[in-house]
Ligand binder design. Structure first.
Ligand code: AMP
Length: 291
């Protein structure tokens, strides 16, 4: 089904998405793609703006992908605000919204999975078994439907970005994967659709996440290259702020996400913590460039 709003087209099934993309390609237009789960905020819109600047037509997908949520995770209560999302996208000049239902993404009888291993079992994959398999599978389906020239992913979800980059290289997909720096609130908290779960006190406490990894980055820039010592600096700040449930806090190679004893260039410090009932992730690159 295709419905034409003021400017932005909304596509809701595979055939419509495919036809729209074929038409753009036949006209010689380069397609930029921003996959999302909706509940859009300024971080998502930053990706959309990058796509608008770098390509001729931008597609944003909104799909809360069931296969990337664990049985005890927040799939049912994940925020869904399609009208507000549609409005925001139309305002920034997005050309097409792909808003499929589950049956359009996973037709009856679907049985294919895409696994990027062992990358997908590290870090977040340890806490969320099957999560990155769900992500890699849905991104593969979406890439085949949207047929983008460039796809834009936030460095906020750094492991996801590395996995998608690996997937595209491994399978020879003809898509340029662009990583976009994290957009933060004024106090440093990385913007996330899940921030709306945070109550007042937890919201205040959550600021320590960026403070902690930021302190590690400062120490790195001042000459500290030992991963364990950088991790200890960040861990101390989290604990002092009352964040005790640290699922992981790890310095890794920014390229491969392999653990490194010493980081000379191109490292990343990544963390996942629970603040109240909410799981939050963040990272900063240890390279001198912003993340
Ligand atoms: P999500 O809707 O959470 O699946 O995110 C969709 C895309 O937006 C992913 O590529 C995320 O990495 C990216 N994203 C989410 N939050 C931010 C942020 N604060 N800054 C930049 N990109 C983000």
């Amino acid at each position: 089904m295709v419905s034409q709003g003021s400017e932005m087209v909304t596509l809701t099934d595979r055939a419509a998405m495919h036809a729209w993309s074929m038409e753009q390609r036949q006209e010689g237009r380069r397609i930029g793609f921003v996959p999302t789960m909706g509940a859009l905020h300024a971080g998502h819109l930053h990706l959309v703006k990058q796509s608008l600047a770098q390509t001729d037509r931008t597609v944003v997908s909104i799909f809360v992908n069931p296969s990337q949520f664990g049985p005890k995770e927040d799939f049912d209560r994940y925020p869904r605000v399609p009208e507000a999302d549609r409005e925001m996208l139309a305002q920034v000049g997005c050309h097409a919204l792909f808003y499929p239902d589950v049956a359009s993404v996973y037709p009856e009888g679907f049985q294919t999975t895409v696994a990027v291993e062992p990358l997908g079992s590290e870090l977040c994959g340890r806490e969320r078994p099957g999560h990155f398999q769900g992500v890699a599978t849905v991104v593969t389906v979406l890439f085949n439907l949207v047929k983008p020239d460039k796809a834009f992913f936030g460095l906020k979800d750094y492991q996801q970005f590395v996995i998608i980059r690996r997937l595209v290289r491994d399978l020879g997909m003809d898509v340029v994967v662009v990583g976009v720096p994290t957009v933060r609130e004024a106090d440093g908290l990385a913007m996330s659709s899940r921030n709306r779960y945070l109550t007042g006190e937890d919201r205040t406490r959550a600021v320590a996440i960026h403070r902690a990894i930021g302190a590690a980055k400062t120490a790195f820039e001042a000459g500290e290259k030992g991963s364990a010592r950088l991790e200890a600096i960040a861990r101390r700040i989290l604990i002092d702020a009352g964040i005790h449930r640290i699922q992981y806090l790890s310095v890794r190679s920014a390229d491969t996400l392999m653990p490194m004893k010493m980081i000379m260039t191109d490292g990343v410090i990544l963390t996942a913590v629970k603040v109240g009932a909410t799981r939050l992730i963040d990272n900063v690159l240890l390279t001198g460039s912003p993340s």
